[in-house]
Design a protein around this ligand. Structure first.
Ligand SMILES: [Zn+2]
Length: 164
């Protein structure tokens, strides 16, 4: 199990005063954020140092932005800050549970399993659910995610491979 720790990432931004940031990215370290903005805006050594120390630096004319900013963030989804960033890029963070998609198999009772609106397979009474799912998927030669849909309509991924 991953140990509990406060996960901090750093948001690097740059933009024009009074506007939304032109670009925004999350980095694992403050140093990476500063280096990236330094490259992007061709900051001087002095500006880079200021950015690192104060978390903010004002740019000179011609540097492509009015300011660059680096701030700490402790949210649990750093990938939301960067366009094109995905949860897999942040393996230290708890990964979001997948949502059912059209190929997914769902069950409301751990007995009958549906796919594409039709019964895909049915387990026998008293059978180990996880082993049953694995056997049926192996038969199908297709291994989509399998979800238990609760009475409230919430989907829970069944980790059928974990219990052998
Ligand atoms: Zn964040």
């Amino acid at each position: 199990m991953a140990k509990k720790k406060t996960l901090i990432h750093y948001i690097g931004m740059n933009g024009t005063s009074g506007c939304m940031p032109d670009s925004c990215n999350a980095y694992e370290t403050k140093r990476a954020a500063v280096e990236s903005l330094t490259d992007l805006l061709e900051l001087t050594t002095r500006q880079a140092r200021e950015l690192s120390r104060d978390g903010l630096v004002y740019c000179k004319p011609g540097q492509g932005a009015d300011y660059a900013e680096v701030s700490e963030c402790t949210c649990s989804e750093p990938w939301v800050h960067s366009e094109g960033s995905r949860p897999e890029d942040w393996p230290d963070y708890p990964q979001p549970e997948p949502e059912p998609d059209e190929d997914s198999i769902t069950t409301g009772d751990h007995r009958k399993f549906y796919q594409y609106g039709k019964l895909a397979f049915e387990l026998t009474e008293g059978e180990n659910v996880n082993q049953g799912i694995e056997r049926e998927l192996n038969k199908m030669q297709f291994w989509p995610n399998v979800f238990f849909i609760s009475d409230h309509g919430n989907a829970h991924l069944i980790h059928y491979w974990e219990d052998k």
